[in-house]
Design a protein around this ligand. Structure first.
Ligand code: HEM
Length: 136
């Protein structure tokens, strides 16, 4: 069980590297205008999203294994799952934004993406407290 938990944490951390960096690319993209820079950002966003999606799947699969395979649960787990659903929605919305930027159809400002970039931070803090402290 501990090996599964160890790799669950490894893939969670790797997934979050993408969840923190991809919106940062959106901030830069919303401010960019030079064609070469726009092309470079589109390529980076596409590659990063393609790289971070399997990491998300592995993090979630190992988490489900811990929960359903070993029956580790409680009120904290249900609250955690609700936040995980928010995180999956955020990840999929980032995928939609990658396509929007690739088609040069973004209409939102860099300020919007700076705020958007903070959501995973809040979810990470809340989930970590729930799973380590197990307050309920
Ligand atoms: C389908 C989604 C997920 C499920 C079912 C799940 C389930 C679990 C379970 C059952 C444990 C073991 C808890 C224990 O042994 O006390 C665990 C550990 C952990 N999970 Fe998840 N998890 C999921 C997603 C996530 C996500 C998205 C994060 C980060 C935001 C996360 C962070 C952690 C951490 C840090 C631990 C280690 C806690 C400890 O060792 O005390 N998990 N997870």
């Amino acid at each position: 069980m501990l090996w599964i938990k160890a790799f669950h944490i490894v893939f969670v951390v790797s997934w979050f590297a993408g969840l923190f960096y991809l919106p940062r690319l959106f901030v830069n993209h919303a401010m960019a205008s030079e064609p070469a820079e726009l092309a470079r950002l589109k390529l980076m966003e596409h590659k990063l999203y393609r790289f971070m999606t399997p990491l998300a799947v592995l993090a979630l699969a190992l988490g489900l294994w811990l929960w359903l395979g070993y029956g580790i649960s409680g009120g904290w787990m249900h609250a955690k799952l609700a936040l995980v659903v928010v995180l999956i929605g955020y990840h999929l919305y980032c995928g939609k934004l990658v396509k929007t930027f690739a088609a040069d159809q973004n209409t939102r400002s860099h300020t919007f993406y700076r705020v958007f970039n903070e959501l995973p931070v809040l979810v990470l803090i809340a989930v970590t407290i729930l799973v380590v402290v197990k307050p309920f």
